[in-house]
Design a protein around this ligand. Structure first.
Ligand SMILES: O=C(O)CCC(=O)C(=O)O
Length: 385
């Protein structure tokens, strides 16, 4: 049976929108952002991509293919900053979270170029946040997104299913939910946004349409949310959290919107997630550190491995890694050219991570490293010396 397609949308401030959201865990709403704001997202995205592409030494087109996600946009680009502070987004969020005050956790945009984009596996957003309350995401595409264009897919009502471990997209591509009888596709028109409860299972397919699919996301929590590093100590935003575990989230990266808070008015739903399930091979939670450890092992260095960016810094370093890979029979001599390209890509990835703080999941070089060398190195590391 083909999946159900949801075509209902509501004015964001209507009682129907809130009732639908509470019942289903998602709602498609109209006009959170105006046409001008949507154009502003496109302009801001092009500026951010341009700056990041220069840094990585790539053209904007190849940059987006390799690094389709970019985060903390409001911190680095004026278009996104004004979008956050001068539009009704936070009012929308307060309404759907039922909180008088809310905090932005972070923002991000994801571009899916037609024919050259991947799937985003099934997951619950709040499972990745080092916080103690269920949050909410606002997903706004800048153009129409048909069902074939990488639209959001949700499991209707799954915000009531409870918290599951955060899915490791690299290790096992997440749980399969495409056969769930509650699956709903959410094609959207320009001017609509999808509001997602932090516990709602959702995913998206590759873009099979003809235009780029650019979606801007803002991710929010009730203002009473507290920092729980144990939930997600790998999360890139942790680097910007300077409160102690158990304290209320605050800081310049997490602006507060709304009335002065009292816990009773802005408490939200408490939540605790099981730890991620570990599997062999690359993990999206630790990929860069794991590769850094493997390369340090190859080079015979002892002690804590230096960050990947420091181990891939010079041409000499890359050449010596390649000779070690050949010496250890991890790769054949005729693979040296391809492995050099891969190491250069990993180096670019590390550079980009510093500015876009993208999740490893979108970075295909990590999976390629595992295919070409990582799995073989894991086997070698188990051989007693
Ligand atoms: O934009 C998409 O395709 C999905 C994004 C998403 O689910 C996420 O980043 O949590």
């Amino acid at each position: 049976m083909p999946p159900r397609v949801e075509s209902r949308s509501f004015p964001w401030h209507s009682a129907e929108a809130k009732a639908f959201f509470d019942a289903h865990g998602y709602a498609v709403v109209d006009r959170v952002l105006t046409d001008d704001s949507l154009d502003q997202i496109n302009r801001g995205w092009n500026e951010v991509v341009h700056d990041s592409a220069v840094l990585a030494g790539l053209s904007p087109t190849s940059f987006v293919e390799r690094f389709p996600q970019n985060r903390d946009l409001w911190r680095k680009n004026e278009q996104f900053r004004t979008l956050l502070f001068d539009t009704e987004q936070s009012a929308v969020v307060r309404r759907f979270l039922g909180a008088k005050a809310v905090r932005l956790f972070h923002d991000q945009a994801i571009c899916k170029p037609p024919g050259r984009s991947g799937a985003i596996p099934w997951h619950q957003d709040s499972a990745y946040w080092p916080l103690d309350r269920v949050g909410l995401s606002v997903w706004t595409p800048t153009a129409d997104v048909p069902t074939t264009g990488g639209c959001l897919k949700v499991i209707d009502g799954s915000h009531r299913d409870g918290p599951a471990p955060p899915q490791d997209f690299l290790a096992n591509r997440g749980v399969a939910r495409d056969c769930d009888a509650r699956l709903v596709l959410l094609p959207t028109r320009r001017g609509q946004s999808v509001i997602l409860d932090g516990l709602t299972w959702h995913a998206s397919d590759p873009n099979g349409a003809v235009e780029d699919r650019l979606a801007y996301l803002t991710l929010w929590v009730p203002a009473a949310a507290r920092f729980v590093p144990a939930h997600a100590n790998w999360h890139p935003s942790s680097a910007h959290i300077h409160v102690a575990p158990g304290e209320r989230l605050e800081g310049e990266y997490f602006p507060l919107f709304g009335d002065a808070i009292g816990d009773e008015e802005s408490s939200g739903r408490l939540v605790s997630f099981p730890a991620p399930m570990r599997a062999n091979g690359p993990s999206m939670f630790t990929a860069s550190k794991d590769i850094a450890a493997q390369i340090a092992w190859l080079r015979g260095s002892t002690g804590a491995p230096s960050p990947l960016s420091e181990q891939l810094g010079t041409t000499e370093q890359l050449a010596s890694i390649i000779s070690r890979l050949v010496e250890c029979a991890v790769i054949k001599p005729n693979q040296q050219g391809a492995v050099l390209e891969l190491l250069v890509e990993l180096r670019q990835q590390e550079l980009v991570r510093r500015v876009s703080v993208a999740r490893d999941v979108y970075l295909r070089a990590v999976s390629r490293w595992w295919e070409v060398a990582g799995s073989a190195i894991e086997v070698l590391q188990r051989v007693p010396s």
